[in-house]
Design a protein around this ligand. Sequence first.
Ligand code: TRP
Ligand code: SF4
Length: 540
Amino acid sequence: MTRDTDDIDDEEPREERTVPDGGAAGAEGADDVALDPWGSSTVSDYRKLFDEFGIEEFDAVLPEVPNPHYLMRRGVIFGHRDYRPVAEAMREGDEFAVLSGFMPTGDPHIGHKLVFDEIIWHQEQGGDAYGLIADLEAHSARGMTWDEIDEHARDYLLSLLALGFDAEDGELYRQSDNRELQDLAFELGSKARFAEFESIYGFDGETSVSHMQSVVTQMADILYPQLDGPKPTVIPVGPDQDPHMRLARDLATKMRYFKITEAYASFELRDAERPLVARAYDAREEYAEDPETPRCGEAGEWLASVDLDSAGIVAAESVRESAVEKLENAGMEPLRPRVRFLDRNATEGAFETLVEEIEGEKRRYDEHVDAFDLDREAAEDLARAVEIDHDGYGFIAPSSIYHRFMTGLTGGKMSSSVPASHISLLDAPEDGYDKVKSATTGGRETAELQRELGGEADKCPVYELYAYLLAGDDDTFAKEVYDECVGGERLCGGCKEQAAELMREFLEEHQEKREEAAELLDDLDIDLDAARRGVAGDGE
Ligand code: TRP
Ligand code: SF4
């Protein structure tokens, strides 16, 4: 089996950063990073996600985002994969999309609100917006019956609408009810291998086929916004969903008709070898008998003997050796830069058309064609256009952004199954008030100590409520709470009272809006009385 390596994101250098706010989540606890979409995900050290999984820090793209959301400004959205194309589309006024999905396993709570807000914000920035109910997943992987699913689905959608999702402009659907989605899932399934499911999700011989089907369905969800044409798409999720993102990005790539690489001769180069050969090409004046037509053999000789350090080349010796070998084997063949279109899945017609449409000098081989007068970007555009003209999708690899998990109000993890740990969007406003009042804090043992040492806002679930929700767009207010807390001017009693009241107001207002949204929802073309039959899966 050959593996495509072109979807592996380049690592970027990063700086250490302390999070002055919003950084409370999971600050303490077991030292684990578990990215398991169906397990209990805890993330105690967000930095590990960068190092181990290649998620990038959101801060690095923040300056490229026009009027960023407060969750971005406060570091609640801490990471991303490939968000730049989305930010660029936003800046340029180009088409882009946002999509996320919800498993209707319980009440929507304030953790889900983060995602609702992220979808809505991207919609307000001009994105095509999608919200979906992951009912197939809830049924197969979480053991929910269809009745339970119907009831909860309604609650998720009402909250999404109440918070401002524009359903006339955007699309809401449930997985089980979307034929186009299922067709796409089936197509994607032809590129998904069980071996990958094993390594990504730990699936084994006991895993039900329906559970696997729910995975390809999620892959289809993620690419669904591109069914009417490729566009940058962002999927806002918690980091537990990152395995799904990696698979989706991989499948998007594997579905493409052509793979484009940069080459210098008839042989293929590995990504690591390419910069070395590029350097050898640039240095041709130094060694070529005729610098107009440097030969591979000459370049190989040069590369074999050059001092890497003084030539400013960073590469492992083994990489140099393999590059030299390839060059020397090619002997008298001219060394000449080109873009290469490798036939990955192209139909014959698509390949023919591509060859025809390449402008300038080209050379055609069995499984690829080299173009000598085309730059990389023009090549990408051409390949995508030909693919789409020949019944392909032309997918752009989807992007993602990741938000921190909220800390439970009782300390530890916020969990749907522990009511006191979270605030449901359906909680009676009075109950919301009470839960905040009895929350644990980052306060000191006594008021005296608190005045002396200041509170630990970074470890305080109540501060998190301010930063993630209660302060809304008001950064000054969020900062004031933080500064007053750590400065010892704020005591927990009053602080909680204020937060509890804000929570009560928020819930009151939200629930009024939910009632107004009920009418909207009734008018939408979404069946919330599925009346399906069947036996819920056991999560295997
Ligand atoms: N798996 C997600 C969850 O556990 C739900 C989901 C289904 C989803 N399809 C999606 C999330 C597409 C983002 C995008 O909550
Ligand atoms: Fe938390 Fe407020 Fe107490 Fe600070 S003062 S520790 S923010 S409850």
